[in-house]
Design a binder for this molecule. Sequence first.
Ligand code: CUA
Length: 313
Amino acid sequence: MSNFPVFEPASPQAEAIRDLFVQVLWISGGIFAIVAGLICVALWKFRAAGDLPEQDFGSHRKEIAWIVAPVIVVLWIAAISAKLVLTFNAVPQAHPPGEQVADLIVTGHQWWWEVEYAGTGIVSANEIHIPVGKRLRVQLSSADVIHSFWVARLARKMDAIPGRENFIWLQADAAGVYQGRCAEFCGTQHAWMNFLVHAHEPEDYEKWLAREKIVPPAPTDSKAIAGRRTFLSLTCSQCHAIAGTGADRSIAPDLTHIASRSELAAGVLVNSPQNLRRWLKDPAAFKPGCKMPDFKLTDQQLDDLVAYLETLK
Ligand code: CUA
């Protein structure tokens, strides 16, 4: 993974953004070189003390030239930027209220992303799966404060604002995993509001979709059965949803397929049974300010919960 994902675009939109950036960089670099160069020339030429250059006042031609030239440059940059924004405008045409227009509905929360796959019933968190080569419309909003959704290699940056719907296109040219970030300061754990975009070949995407639609069967192992009971009887089920259990709140990440996700807590930890246990034992140790409190679970409860959650593939 490069440190400069912006320079490694993996979609037509990201490529156009990179090209615009490079063009503006050249223009500003050129202006900087001219201005800095002239300053250096003046410093060198008139370096002797008391050696003043010839003074020149009230030249209309020169004044007009240095007003018109920057205006042309600024208008040019505005025009190429506006063209790009309009080319990739994802705002849908007027649609009846309540009608589904987006392929993905993403909601920012402090500090995780809720991802809903329109028309499929699938809800997940901090992970987005898309088929390669298909342009998907993403509807963005927020459940609390302003966040900003950004997958540098795939799309433009877009704010997720409470009470408002914003739209962007999301598309990947090649299969792979792309890093996503929250790009707007949204509280103490803003830096841990990461997500991953998995782009699959179309047939692999269909397989993922089919798997994701399956409601995980009730556990059969005694530890996992106890864990399921713990999940439903404690506060967990007041915030989290797990399909097939009756727990359906969306205050916190949907856990229906948590065991198949690769990260925990929006990128803080790699998803493993050990890390899941550490996370449940003391969330604030990994993510201070996180909304999930330390429930002072006993070792037994922790073991049971982990055993249950690991069955949710
Ligand atoms: Cu959400 Cu920063």
